[in-house]
Unconditional design. Structure first.
Length: 159
């Protein structure tokens, strides 16, 4: 068994035993015991445009974890956000681009949560996302649409 898989297994045990993601009302776990493929969710930060929403995300790792960042982290819940691709859910955030081997799965979930609370307008996914995010932050109907997506989003994950 590779060191990366062992580290991912340790991360899963830590998340389960510590309850560290409870503070953001979230969780993360491997998909069908495939420790290189994870799903998770977090609740939108209070007093943010994403409040009351449940946001699902996916992470894919290589056996080089934790020495290499995940090869893919994306939001699975449709969302208007200046740092997230509207079409594919790719997330543009410094936690991955500045990856260090001390970073971990819980840290990824917290970084996504923080990005929802504090978008980074200086690093938009693209200019279309920036204008959409500004519109979203000012438009109650768009926020409600995201909330409705969250309430009807059935992806069959059992947490």
């Amino acid at each position: 068994m590779s060191t990366g898989i062992k580290k991912l297994q340790e991360g899963y045990k830590f998340i389960r035993k510590s309850g560290i993601l409870v503070s953001i009302k979230g969780t993360a776990k491997p998909v069908q015991k495939d420790f290189l493929h994870w799903f998770g969710f977090i609740e939108g930060p209070k007093n943010s445009p994403y409040d009351k929403g449940i946001y699902y995300f996916e992470m894919k790792f290589t056996t080089d974890y934790p020495n290499k960042a995940p090869i893919d982290v994306r939001m699975k819940t449709p969302i208007y956000h200046e740092n997230i691709s509207n079409s594919q859910g790719h997330i543009c955030f410094s936690y991955l681009s500045n990856w260090q081997n001390k970073n971990d799965i819980a840290g990824i979930a917290f970084a996504i949560f923080d990005l929802l609370r504090y978008p980074n307008p200086g690093n938009p996914y693209n200019s279309t996302n920036l204008s959409k995010a500004k519109e979203f932050n000012q438009n109650y109907a768009m926020r409600q649409q995201t909330y409705d997506w969250n309430n009807s989003w059935d992806i069959g994950w059992n947490f």
